[in-house]
Write a protein that binds this ligand. Sequence first.
Ligand code: AHR
Length: 317
Amino acid sequence: MKHLLAIVVLFLASCSPSPEPVAKDGTKKLVVGFSQIGAESEWRALETDSIKKEAARRGIELKFADAQGRQENQIKALKSFVAQKVDAIVLAPQTKLGWENVLEEVARAKIPLVLVDRGIEVKDDALYATLIASDFVEEGRMIGRWLGEKTGGACNVVELAGTVGSDPAIERAKGFAEAIAAFPGVRVIKSQPAEFTRAKGKEVMEAFLKSDGDAIGAVYAHNDDMALGALQALEEAGKQPGVDVLVLAIDAAKPAFTELVAGKISALVECSPLLGPLAFDAVEKAVRGEALPKRTVVPDRLFDASNAAAELSKREY
Ligand code: AHR
């Protein structure tokens, strides 16, 4: 009989819902799902780290899903967060389009969703609570203006573009084109996607060097990693970056910043990956039902030979 009772107790315990996560002070822990694009760049690894550390610091339980560079994996992750009834979702979306249906599911489940790093295009922007990101158009403009002014308005540029359909690839190309329009002698002679990775940046730069060789005056890379790949291609082709060809990029994380101080990269515009604190401020407000601005712009600065060395030891990333 005792045996039977024990079995019944065990059976009932296994059927009861798993206990809610509890913080040290006895309050319910927030559970947040974070859908990350992947690990294509130094920047993305820094962003992941910032979000994980900030969640841990606040005692938030983070469910992390790495989509390995595929939007369909991000959609699957969001659906799984809905099924797990998380309190909020943080999404770093790979592309601008294709989110409507899954975000409607998230909204039906009444789960607030905070976008970080990249924007999306949806018919109804009530589908997300807020977007925390840099102004990618302005980043492109800053680099374009710098190039126009430094070259006296004459230069052939090759562009290493980011992932096709992604917010930064679209906006950084747009901002750069807008700025160089004021310098008719600065022209983009070739532009090709290189997926924000160092390997692809090198490969595409090698192809540019084969087709356009000495005609190239500058490389505009939509991120650090592609610029670092381009540096390698230039050096292997016997060119001196910073002297024969100017290399310009966006992100300004330590590995590229070091090349800027060394003179191989000529200008960098920063794009902060340290989004954890802002993201969780927004998550906590959204969960409490507080109003949020639709967009928070993270400010960025430009660095070149005039200010890079003094900044290097102060850089946070
Ligand atoms: O969305 C931000 C961009 O994505 C960064 O510039 C790049 O390095 C990353 O992969």
